[in-house]
Design a protein around this ligand. Sequence first.
Ligand code: NAD
Ligand code: IPM
Ligand code: MN
Length: 366
Amino acid sequence: MNKQIVILPGDGIGKEIMDAAVRVLQAIAENFNHQFTFSEHLIGGAAIDGEQSPLPETTIHACKKADAVLLGAVGGEKWDALPGEKRPEKGLLGIRKELGLFANLRPIKAFTPLLHASPLKEEIVEGSNILIIRELTGGLYFGEPKKRIPEENAVVDTLYYTQTEIERIVDKAFQTARTRKKRVTSVDKANVLESSRVWREVVEEKSKQYPDIAVDHLLVDAAAMKLITNPKQFDVIVTENMFGDILSDEASVLTGSLGMLPSASVRTDGVGLYEPVHGSAPDIAGKGIANPLGMILSASSMLRQSFGMEQEADEIEYAVQMTLEQGYHTPDLSIKNGTVVGTKEMTDIILGNLATNDASQCICNS
Ligand code: NAD
Ligand code: IPM
Ligand code: MN
């Protein structure tokens, strides 16, 4: 197959992890006789420096024409003093909105060799397999007004959702649950927020169309506690934009590191954007030690979800699993008796395992 992939490395460790993902995709293209064409564009701080905008028109245009988009991470101290509209993060929010990517799928499942890499007890982590479906283009992130009000010495952010926006993300959760363990937990703050009460009503109403799916509701504060005390109770979690942002970083603790988590930002049809859950990690940027696995697994998710390349995706995930079983890991993970390696070396080992692996043994995506 012939595919045009836009890459947006962004800032901080973004470039380091994107290099790793592109190398893995090039190896897959060679092994399976595909043609992947990569075109790199600016976003975030790099785009502010290069084009005076966190999201240049050329980047939007290239993404809209692409078969899929890969994004590293944006942001950094250098741009932290800029006003909200001009910050690197505005570029990321902007591209999600421009592409209509209302659903952000964040799978959380620990690889077996990493069960003891979590600070949580192994028996808590073992067997957990969660998919957080985060609403991505509405809610508190996008509602207007969002501004300072100097004359009142006050400030406002707005949590705004249309009924349709809630319905489509809830639909996505029910449909996805059908391909998993058929259980949806809707997370809200319905004891306080009117938007959450409407969210809950929509979930109840929609659930009538999905009688095969078990539904429950949790308040977000309790959900945050249960995620790390009894994660096995969850299958699909569906929630508002900001709740999903916070809960997914918390859930990464199950996997041993935030650097492990991939994500897929998608719509019902059209181009998808694949991005790790973590940020630009300024504290380790440039040191060559970033964990590339969240980015590499995002690339494998792109192959599976945008291109229908199941076997190719399985091979990447199996090569990652093999590499971890061999004890190799970046310093953010603590594995007993393991070998600490940098980003590039980790990628080299994955490429070596890709060349030899047998994806039929892959249990990582089951
Ligand atoms: P962060 O996710 O960048 O880092 C949090 C911690 O996790 C740091 O200690 C970091 O070193 C570690 N970490 C994250 N990814 C890692 C990886 N792949 N390998 C090893 N360690 C990793 O969050 P932050 O420090 O709160 O934010 C830094 C910047 O990133 C901010 O400007 C923020 O806005 C931005 N950010 C961007 C995205 C994105 O582009 N998708 C996501 C989150 C934060
Ligand atoms: C994420 C990030 C972004 C978000 C920021 C950088 C805008 O934290 O992708 O999780 O909050 O959506
Ligand atoms: Mn986040």
